[in-house]
Design a protein around this ligand. Sequence first.
Ligand SMILES: [Zn+2]
Length: 330
Amino acid sequence: MPEVLTAPLVVEFPFTRSLGPVQSAFLTGLRARTVLGVRASDGRVVVPPTEYDPVTAEEIRELVEVGTTGTVTTWAWNARPRPGQPLGTPFAWALVTLDGADTALLHALDAPGAESVHSGMRVRIRWAEERTGAITDIACFEPYDSEPGRQPTAHSGEFADTDTETNADTDANADAGPVTGIIAPARLDYTYAPGRAQSRYLNALVDRRTVGERCPACRKVYVPPRGACPTCGVATDEQVEAGPNGTVTTFCIVNIKARNLDIEVPYVYAHIALDGADLALHARIGGIPYDQVRMGLRVAPVWTEGARFPDHYRPTGEPDADYDSYKELI
Ligand SMILES: [Zn+2]
């Protein structure tokens, strides 16, 4: 049996989003240790606030201040917190209906153990010491023995700091103005196991060979191989070497610079059908001005020292391939 390959794989989409008036008010409020909801057309107070009425889809703007104490409606125990989660020690994910609100907010609840958490328990917000206008300004919830609160009055401040904390550190960033945007880091950490077919493909790449697999039924050669033909539903175990040269079947011009990628824009990313393959793989095209790349362009891989994949493909100088020769591979 060949060695089973595994590797860490991180999929990360850090994106910057702007906030509309409602979300801006909500996060600006959190920075000042105030929780704001919106009043929906049916009179309910929605926290966290939505920009549109959950029933009628009408735009809603009436902000309502709610309490910083609330009631757990339901919860799940998280025994093994993962990196980036609100607390490093075991905690409960809880839906908390804040006093004065009619909907629940999802957040972490710091509790000594699962046996100490129950639906209906009273909790309060533990504020982060440094607040920036983000949901993490609420560090977490914590158990807090208190009576359910009163109904809110719009923006009255009547719920502000009724507990014993001092108000001294309230909104150190007050001069910074309203929060108008957030950076939302979405990140997934995997351990990826490519399986037998792709492991053979990856092992062959070490020798700078491209090995695909042929379907015994339709005779198509898949590069990279997935171990089965998606059309015929049968295993593909006949190995076939493809390339190294190929044909650009289609392409796009990239104008946005990606983080961690040291390539000047614009550049071309293309689908390339390697000679002998019935599936196009994708790679960057170099060695030619971006506006001269075309369908049918014949290309060859360019390897860099120690790399597991070709760095990019460059033109071979051959005449362009006939459209008919690759039209099924676009
Ligand atoms: Zn097939």
